[in-house]
Design a binder for this molecule. Structure first.
Ligand SMILES: C[S@@+](CC[C@H](N)C(=O)[O-])C[C@H]1O[C@@H](n2cnc3c(N)ncnc32)[C@H](O)[C@@H]1O
Length: 420
């Protein structure tokens, strides 16, 4: 961990010099006035990861996609959040931030061209020079006030902002590109963590890639929801949930940190129907020695039925604590050892189906495997076996209790004609 990262974790934010960041929201001709009159900027769930990172004091801009105009400059007067004003925009844009104009609102035309030149995407915040360049463009090219179509004294406050940002020595404290959720069922994360603050401990044997949890959290929960990881290991789930503004409880039979509660996953200390999402990256058998604790399920071979019987107790507990209609994500990998293949993933899936409804299965690339060395790759070819290249992320749902429609579904496929 770098010194700067340590400081950021330890100091309350008001004791560090905060970097001013810039964010761009979009609107249409239809809802521009609701944004400007609120004044409240809002967006869809897909941009939630960006909005929850906005903090009071950040600079904001509003891009009208129909007129190709960028309105500015605004300052966030609240942190970005979920349903700040639940009824605004008919509830269609739940990620919101309250804003105030820094001075009179200016309108910069040819927004698309300006943003392209600055290489600004919706999930890239602006800092330092890039933010200064955009503010400069406002002073230089947008001298018309939105209301009065005349030269305004708005330049003064914007020039002040430019000077302050220019002289700021604050460090970048947010990712350049905030990850958006994956769109397909094939996930491949080159690094264990994301962002500037480490998640979990990448030296912990069996640590989970943080973006797996990030994807599940953003797909299946809202900020403020409760996420539980009954086999929390080095605490990746706790760190992801905290950064993504979820409540979280992490347990493990052998805790590695003080914020992980010692507990056996076969008896979770929570009420029925009280949790919004459960994530579990369980042992895959006895291939990793997590601890010497006698109740560590990682002491049992995945070649024996006992392994699945014990995991089933964990599944039942996850089912019990989950609210109806909520999701469990279970990460699991197969085993090939001494000429014997064990389809651990399918066996776990079978047991999960006793309690849950299947939602989906994601194939997660196994990176950083100790066995992926030249010697093992060579052996795998020579002796005709495969090294494990992927894990299953099994996504299950606790039934909402509503009867499933028995009506046959009619699907109108678009068939491609052969030979065309
Ligand atoms: C694959 S690791 C979890 C890794 C974790 N997600 C992370 O990112 O660091 C599996 C964990 O299950 C824990 N475990 C094994 N048996 C357990 C049990 N009976 N109750 C709770 N945790 C258990 C182990 O201690 C280990 O930390």
């Amino acid at each position: 961990m770098t010194e700067a990262t340590r400081l950021r974790r330890e100091l309350p934010t008001h004791e560090t010099e905060l970097l001013t960041r810039g964010f761009i929201f979009a609107c249409t001709a239809k809802n521009e006035s609701e944004c400007l009159n609120g004044p409240l900027f809002a967006t869809k769930s897909v941009y939630g990861p960006i909005v929850i990172r906005i903090r009071k004091g950040d600079l904001l801009f509003l891009n009208n996609l129909d007129t190709n105009v960028l309105h500015g400059v605004f300052r966030a007067v609240s942190d970005g959040g979920f349903r700040v004003s639940p009824d605004a925009f008919g509830g269609r844009y739940p990620y919101q931030v309250e804003v105030d104009p820094v001075s009179e609102i200016l309108a910069l035309s040819n927004a698309k061209k300006v943003l392209k030149k600055l290489d600004v995407k919706r999930n890239t915040p602006l800092f330092h020079e890039k933010l200064v360049q955009l503010l400069d463009a406002f002073v230089r090219d947008a001298p018309l006030s939105l209301k009065e179509q005349r030269r305004t004294p708005a330049e003064g406050p914007i020039q002040d902002l430019i000077r302050t940002i220019h002289n700021s020595h604050a460090e970048v404290d947010i990712e350049n590109e905030i990850p958006l959720v994956d769109a397909t069922t094939l996930w491949d994360f080159p690094k264990q963590s994301y962002g500037l603050v480490p998640k979990g401990n990448n030296k912990y044997a069996g640590v989970t890639p943080a973006l797996i949890i990030y994807n599940l959290v953003w797909r299946y929960t809202n900020p403020g929801d409760l996420v539980v990881d009954p086999m929390c290991g080095s605490g990746t789930t706790i760190d992801v949930c905290k950064e993504e503004k979820r409540r979280v409880i992490g347990y493990d039979i052998s805790p590695t940190r003080s914020d992980i509660i010692q507990n056996d996953a076969r008896e979770i200390l929570l009420d029925n129907n009280s949790v919004d999402m459960v994530f579990i990256d369980s042992p895959y058998g006895d291939n990793v020695r997590y601890s010497e604790h006698p109740d560590d399920i990682g002491h049992i071979s995945s070649e024996s039925e006992e392994f699945y019987n014990e995991l089933e107790k964990v599944m039942y507990e996850a089912f019990r604590v989950l609210k109806e209609g909520k999701v469990l994500g279970w990460l699991i990998g197969d085993q090939w050892v001494r000429n014997q293949f064990t389809p651990v993933g399918f066996k776990v899936y079978e047991r999960l189906c006793k309690y849950f409804e299947p939602m989906d299965i994601v194939c997660v690339s196994r990176r950083g495997q100790h066995s992926h060395t030249g010697m093992w790759l060579n052996r795998a070819r020579r002796l005709n076996f495969y090294l494990r290249g992927f894990k299953y992320l099994i996504i299950m749902k606790k039934s909402s209790g509503k009867p499933v429609s028995k009506k046959a579904r009619k699907i109108e496929w678009t068939h491609y004609k052969r030979g065309q």
